[in-house]
Design a protein around this ligand. Structure first.
Ligand SMILES: Nc1nc2c(ncn2[C@@H]2O[C@H](COP(=O)(O)OP(=O)(O)OP(=O)(O)O)[C@@H](O)[C@H]2O)c(=O)[nH]1
Length: 205
């Protein structure tokens, strides 16, 4: 993958311990090390890439997994710059991680307004095991998703639930918005050509 041109830059943001690294690990390597390897916080950021095929076309997704610790917050801005999609992670068993998502929504609105937001509630397996552990209600998550025009997913890196679906949605939305931009650019060039022709006719009559 080294040296491949990246089509869509995707960044993961969210509170420390929200499960960002495990999400990327599950998507890129289809594994979960959480039960065997002790938690280690990300320092700065980590990068990975994957090629997916949408409508017969290969799309390279470049993924930045950022550090959740507030001490690296200023650095995270470097990683979301130019991102086509941001996955804002919160731990479904930790309300404070959901509250922190609002901070990232504000940041993106201010600095990267073209970036599409995906809300991702993580560790669904813990809720499936014990519904009492749910700290973020589906309705609260849905209403935040409506507010920031985001797609909402509840995932588990342990079981793999909805992780492929989320990244596929990101790739599909990327292709759809790229096609739309290209169509608009074509329309624009048609209008320019047409108005140029009219202008030309006026000059010669
Ligand atoms: N049960 C369960 N545990 C998870 C899941 N995802 C992550 N964890 C655990 O949650 C802890 C934090 O996961 P990380 O992926 O390292 O969290 P992070 O958001 O990258 O943390 P920072 O690097 O500090 O920003 C680890 O102990 C993981 O094993 C999941 O889907 N299910």
């Amino acid at each position: 993958m080294a040296g491949s041109k990246v089509d869509a830059k995707v960044v993961l943001l969210g509170k420390s311990y929200a499960g960002k690294t495990c999400l990327v690990e599950r998507y890129l390597k289809n594994r979960f090390l959480g039960d065997t390897v002790p938690y280690q916080n990300t320092i700065g950021a980590a990068y990975g890439a994957k090629t997916v095929t949408i409508n017969g076309k290969n799309i390279v997704i470049g993924i930045w997994d950022t550090a959740g610790s507030e001490r690296y917050e200023a650095m995270s801005r470097i990683y979301y710059r130019g991102a086509r999609a941001a996955i804002l992670c919160f731990d479904l068993t930790d309300k404070s991680s959901f509250d922190r998502v609002r901070f990232w929504i504000g940041e993106l609105r201010q600095h990267e307004s073209e970036c599409k937001i995906y809300l991702c509630g993580t560790k669904y397996d813990l809720i499936a095991e014990d519904p009492e552990k749910r700290a973020v209600s589906v309705s609260d998550a849905k209403s935040l998703a409506v507010d920031c025009m985001a797609d909402l997913f509840e995932t588990s890196s342990k079981t793999g639930k909805d992780i492929l679906e989320m990244f596929n949605k990101i790739a599909q939305n990327y292709v759809a918005s790229k096609n739309l931009k290209e169509e608009k650019a074509e329309d624009q060039s048609f209008v320019l050509k047409e108005s140029g022709r009219r202008h030309h006719c006026l000059c010669t009559s």
